[in-house]
Design a protein around this ligand. Structure first.
Ligand code: SF4
Length: 373
């Protein structure tokens, strides 16, 4: 039976961070209606697809799922357990923001069935946190990690962002040093991305903020890879590092182009070769679920074989590598290019896979473009 994952989008946030383009709102008057509607959506899809796949993961993203009541997430987990073929050892992740949970609340989330927390720290530098308009400070971030350990979480990830305006290698290095002292087994470290429509993007366009150039960014990326490798972390994706055995199974489903169902406003699904996405507005989502008996789809597309192959190359190369059998024709067509990248040390063969090397990770996007052009 094929494997699949489940994503649940909880759209509520304490405030809107300047760099964020995820769908989220800062009004809480519809929380009750949201949880009731998402249950309806889950039930609708369970009748169609609940037993057709082996569901390996649940991922609560957002938004800020850790603002929720643990009992609300427990209800959703139990509903999924009762109505989907969820494996007994499913990875159940909750994105968690420091400043939204204390020890007691983390214990309650653990009790609710969450077994992995992904903590959105972003930086340990007070000025950076202020710039990013995060609600926590350095100590709050560190305490959240230790509270998660005390609550019994064994699978803990943290998120960091580098190449913030004015950040020097020394300043970023201090962030890495602190991260390296924490009892976490997974780290996502992303370069600051300017997304259209965000407050940060406007600030850059207005000249209020200057983003450092690509070469500087590449230097910080090299520093990051080097640091985590020296600390025993495995780089298993362009921006993700883990201790052996602690890869994020849910993200691996995306990167392997496997199937997933997404519930909640703006959530995306990919199933039976079709991709669809939900309405990106809570009020619109609530109305649609009511009107259409658990469906709130805003759009859909069926991927052609060509599109699927391109997506596969783009996603698989970032992580596990490309499985030769999945792109046979293309391998023949691009053999000269692939040989050149083997010889230059950017790609390496590993069994049935073609993988990026340490030298290849920083130029992943360029390699993908060459492979699919
Ligand atoms: S807390 Fe997370 S989801 Fe919410 S606005 Fe900030 S970055 Fe976006």
């Amino acid at each position: 039976m094929n494997e699949a994952g489940i994503y649940i989008h909880i759209p509520f946030c304490d405030h809107k961070c300047i760099y964020c383009d995820f769908y989220s709102i800062i009004k809480f008057d519809s929380v009750k209606a949201f949880f009731s509607s998402i249950k309806e959506e889950i039930m609708h899809y369970s009748e169609k697809f609940g037993n057709e796949r082996e569901y390996k993961t649940i991922f609560f993203g957002g938004g800020t799922p850790s603002l929720s009541e643990p009992s609300d997430l427990a209800d959703l987990i139990n509903l999924i357990k009762q109505n989907f073929n969820l494996v007994p050892d499913a990875e159940i992740t909750m994105e968690t923001n420091p400043g939204t949970v204390d020890l007691s609340k983390l214990c309650n989330f653990k009790e609710a069935g969450i077994n992995r927390v992904s903590i959105g720290i972003q930086s340990f530098d007070e000025a950076d946190l202020k710039f990013l308009t995060r609600i926590h400070d350095k100590n709050g971030a560190i305490h959240t990690v230790f509270n998660a350990v005390e609550a019994g979480f064994e699978n803990i990830s943290i998120d960091l962002i580098f190449n913030l305006p004015g950040q020097t290698p020394e300043k970023w290095g201090r962030n890495l040093e602190i991260a390296g002292t924490l009892p976490v087994n997974h780290i996502s470290a992303y370069s600051l991305i300017l997304e259209r429509g965000t407050i940060l993007n406007k600030m850059v366009l207005n000249g209020e903020v200057k983003i450092q150039d690509e070469d500087f960014d590449a230097g910080l990326y090299e520093q990051t890879m080097q640091f985590f490798r020296n600390r025993g972390f495995k780089q298993y994706e362009v921006s993700n590092y883990c201790m052996p055995g602690y890869e994020c199974k849910h993200n691996q489903i995306y990167w392997d182009c496997k199937e997933y169902l997404g519930f909640g406003p703006s959530a995306h699904s990919f199933y039976n070769g079709k991709r669809w996405w939900n309405i990106s507005s809570l009020s619109g989502y609530l109305r649609a679920i009511q009107k259409n008996g658990g469906i709130a789809i805003a759009g859909e597309e069926v991927l052609t074989d060509e599109q699927f192959k391109e997506e596969y190359i783009m996603l698989a190369l970032r992580s596990r590598g490309i499985e030769r059998s999945k792109i046979e024709g293309l391998i023949d067509e691009k053999q000269a290019l692939i040989d050149r990248l083997f010889n230059s040390g950017h790609l390496t063969p590993e069994g049935e896979f073609i993988k990026l090397t340490e030298k290849g990770f920083p130029v992943c996007d360029e390699i993908v473009t060459e492979l699919i052009s």
